[in-house]
Structure formats: structure tokens, C-alpha cells
Design a protein around this ligand. Sequence first.
Ligand code: ADP
Ligand code: MG
Ligand code: ZN
Length: 616
Amino acid sequence: MDKYEILKRYFGYDTFRNAQETLIDNILEGKDTLGIMPTGAGKSLCYQIPALLMDGITLVISPLISLMKDQVGSLNQAGIHAAFLNSSLTVNQYYKALSFAKQGRYPIIYVAPERLVTDEFLDFALNSNIVMVAVDEAHCVSQWGQDFRPSYLKIVEFIKRLPKRPIVSAFTATATKEVRDDIIDILELQSPMVITTGFDRRNLYFGVMTVKDRYSAIKNYLEIHNSDSGIIYCLTRKQVEEVCERLIKDGFLATRYHAGLSDEERRKNQDDFIYDRIPIMISTSAFGMGIDKSNVRFVLHYGMPKNIESYYQEAGRAGRDGEPAECILYYSSRDVITNQLFIDNNQDNIELDEVTRAIVKERDRERLKKMTFYCFTNECLRDYILKYFGEYGSNYCGNCSNCLTQFEQVDVTEIARALISCVESSRQRYGTTVIIDTVHGANTAKIKSYRMNENPYYSVLSKVPTYRIRQVLNYLQLEEYLFVTSDDYAVVKLGVKAKEIDNKQIIMKLAKESDRETKEVKSKSKKSKADILGKEQFTKNEESLFERLRNLRTEIAKEEKVPPYIVFSDKTLTHMCIVKPKSKQEMLKVSGVGEFKFEKYGERFLSCIEKFGSNI
Ligand code: ADP
Ligand code: MG
Ligand code: ZN
């Protein structure tokens, strides 16, 4: 079998996502690999598929029991033999799994880092053919990351003891340079291929709302999205308690999670949420690491988190299946004060010396400021986040609360024509600043020395602010009406489309100039669009088919004792509603339906669809 057949047969997908294939090929060529991709991008397949193609055993190091359980559950459902070795097993179970592993029954074994250098495990590892060690959530080796695990430092020690060095691959969603360098150094990756994909999560809608009564706003949201599963993050335990209690009183199925609860209650509440027994989770930031639940349709923030890193990580738990999901932050000015207090009383920093502590505090304040700006910006919210992480977006995403209300279509034909004519009439000799200053009519020494004040287009746009002229100039480059040479002089020249300008109208999407309307208004106009983006162009009919398929999924999940999203993701069910397959062949075309899953429960879904069809 080749990688494409494995993708189709076991995972039920037709094509790889952008970086997956490169990463897989690289591993198959025997090279160390580091994949940095956002949550939900599909990192697991990048080591699972090579693991199935290579001769030998792949060990996957994962920081949390819940993650391992989830992944092994998914693999088993797809018909792949895999096991985990961690402290959730009884001694008997552990030895049994280890003996199966010794017999070579599992091509993929998940193992907790603490286990690696224990005698029993080494006995197995030293006598088996370990071809790859895949480190998932690799940022855990770094003290700079949010979730440092000292036991991750044991990984290298373990690898060094193996008779033959396996390929080492590492995966994370943390993009900062410090963390990336730490992973490469600490795991001692050998001339690794490092692949970083863009951090944009297009299926996520971003919104900010400043409302007087946050509780009512959230309640209202939940009423509209009543059949969806989602998380509500609060800043404090007290808030979690309050919001949860009120929601339950108001008749919602909700549960809670924070560090003040007993281990047992936390486990139970988490399971209730993951197994779709309770759709709404209210929690502090303590909840989430290790939650791979793919059908989280919304993440609401009842309060502003302390920085963009935390916000994007928490919001990113929505929509892992790639289906539309919403991330809305309900802001109140009190949040800033609460966060200031957190920063001032940060217990994590107690061991630091005074100078370092001051630096950390300063950095945290700076981060909080950027987070606060997010709640006030008029810019595209997605763009704001991407810029924060050092990426450049397109200024307009069309899927955030600002883009949907703060932007307008502006006719910039006149500005465009003036710019192009100015470039042409000055014989394509000047850089962007000179061109902009000329049309704007700047009275500078430079302009005079170039005699651009005598140019026929001098000052024709004196009433247009320079930033707007620059925006249009950038746009003209993007659209190939103009281009800027890439040598040291960076001269603006006419592009291939320059000639067409005379009979074209140029319309741009631009941020609205003035009236910063209150955000309450924003949220209203947003809703209709968000609904379109939600269950998309589902007809009433498909909506109710989706319900039935979802119920069937829950039923099967109970029998299989796995979370429902492991049976089929929301994306797969949605696809089924649209395709309405009538045969095995058709069913196998649905994204996420592989051979093995079809054999197991494909017929039940087929007959559910058939029954539904005959009833309408
Ligand atoms: P990550 O670890 O990067 O957060 P996962 O490996 O958990 O992401 O994958 C997220 C979701 O994307 C899963 O539901 C997975 O089945 C799905 N997925 C992965 N690769 C593909 C693909 N090539 N086509 C469609 N869905 C995919
Ligand atoms: Mg993952
Ligand atoms: Zn946007």
C-alpha cells in the first residue's frame, strides 16, 4: 500500500492537506522532521501514515493520558492496531500490552515520557525494531512554552540508549522562535526538515462584543446555537461557578471545570463534555490541553484572556474538524484590571530573581496591552492576530466581526488613475514615497529636487490622506497594475495591467473611516452572516437528516465506548447530508469514511439515510 491508499482506506480522506505530504515524504526518506502547524491542521496523520509504511515500530510520545486514549481510540476505530502505555493501565494491563508490543502486534505505540527509561520499557525497546520516535506536542520540552513537562527531557536520554538511532519527528502548534529552537536543540534533531504552515484557521469566525450584560448575551447565543457543543472560558473560578449555575438554572445542559474541583469531578465533567452527554463546558484556562474533541462549534470568552497567545490557543479549540466554528470574546473593561492583578500576583514567577521578574512582568503587561487592543481595533480581527504572530494577512477576511461591519466598498478609481499616470509621466524612475508625496502635493526638498512639483499630477490628490493613497498603491501592486523593483532603489513601474486602467473601475474593501458604532450593533448585523457560515446552506431537510445521523453516531459511540467525534466527525456527517449516499461506493466517497469504518457501521448510516429519504 502507498500513502494515498492508506489515507483513503483507513482515514477515509482523498487528499492530503498542504504540508502533510511533504512531512510524510520527508520522514519516509529517513530524515528528522519538525512540523509546526496550527491546531486542527492534521499533525497526527503526518507520523501515523509513515508509521504504517515503515518496517518497525513507531513510538509516539504524548504528554497526556487523555490525548493518548483519544488517538489510540481513533486509530482502533479506523482499523489500525495501536496501544498506549501509561499510568492509566493496571499493572496487568500494562504487562499484557507490553507483551503484545514485543510480539510486534502494534505498529504504533503511544507512550508517556516518564515510562521511557523504566527497566520494563527499555527491555522491550532495546529488543525491538524502533524505527521512529514521534514527539507530539513537542513544545513541552521547552521551558518557554506554556506546558513545560520535565519528563520530556528524558526523550533524548532514551533515544541515545537505543542500539540504532530511529528517525525523530516532532510536532507542535507553538510557533515562537524560542520554542522551535529549543525543540531542535533539546531533542537533538539531526539536520531536521522544519516545516511551518500558516497559522490562519479559516473556518473560525472571530468576533468581539462589548455588551452591558454579558450573561444575557451569552445566554442569547446559546439559545440560537442550542444543538451545538462549545466551551465558555471565564477568567476566574468564581466566574465559572456563577455562569454555570445560572445557565443550569436557565435550563441549559452545562458542566464546569477548574483547578478547584476534585480530580474525580474534573474527570467526570470532562468526559461528559467529550462524549457529548453535556454540550456546554464552562471553565477556566485550566481546561483544554489534551482536548482533541473535534466538534467544538464555539468558544466564547466570558472575559478577556491575558494575552493573544492564550486567546488563540483557547479559541483554536473550536472547529478542529475544519467545519465553520465561532470564537467570540465578550469584553468588559473590568477584565483589564483582573488581568493586571494576575500579572502582579503571578505565583509562577516566585522563583525568579528580582530583575528577571521585573522583565517578565513588563513583558506580560505589554502582552495584555496587545490583547486589549484586539478588543478595540477596527481592523480585521484575523489579520490582527496573524500580524501578532508575525504573519501577514490580507487586511480583510470577510469572516470576523470587524470585516462584516467595519468595512465598506470604496471606489478608488480616481486615486488609482492618478497614481498610475504619475508613475508613467515621471518615466517610472521613482520609489513609492516620491510618487505618493507627488500626488498628495507634499512640499519637501526631495520633491523639489526631483522637480516633481512640476509634474502634471502634483497635488491632484491633496485632499486624500496619504495612508489611503498608500493603501491604493499597495492594492495596485497586488493586482499587477504596478510593481516595485526588488533592487536597492525599489522603483515603481507600470505593471502588466496598467493599460487597462482607463476603462476599469477600481473598488476596494476598506475599513470604515469614522463612526465607531457601538459593538452591540455590530453583533446584530453579524449574526445573519454567521448563520450562513454555520450549518451553511443546509436546507431544513438536511438539518433534520443531520440530527438523525448525529443520534445514530451517539448510539454507536456508546456501543464502542468512544467519544462520538471518533466514530465520525461533524464534517463527515455534514458531507453525508449533502451527498446522501445510496450505496457502499457512494458512501466511501464521503470524506472521513474509510473501508474499515464502513465495514463496522457504514450500513447503519446508509439505512438511516435511506429511511429518511423515503419519509419525505
Ligand atoms: P492537530 O494534531 O494538528 O491539531 P489532528 O491530527 O487532531 O490535528 O487532526 C484534526 C482533524 O483533521 C482530525 O479530525 C483529522 O481526522 C482531520 N484530518 C487530518 N488530515 C486530513 C485530511 N488530509 N483531510 C481531511 N481531514 C483531515
Ligand atoms: Mg495533535
Ligand atoms: Zn476579518
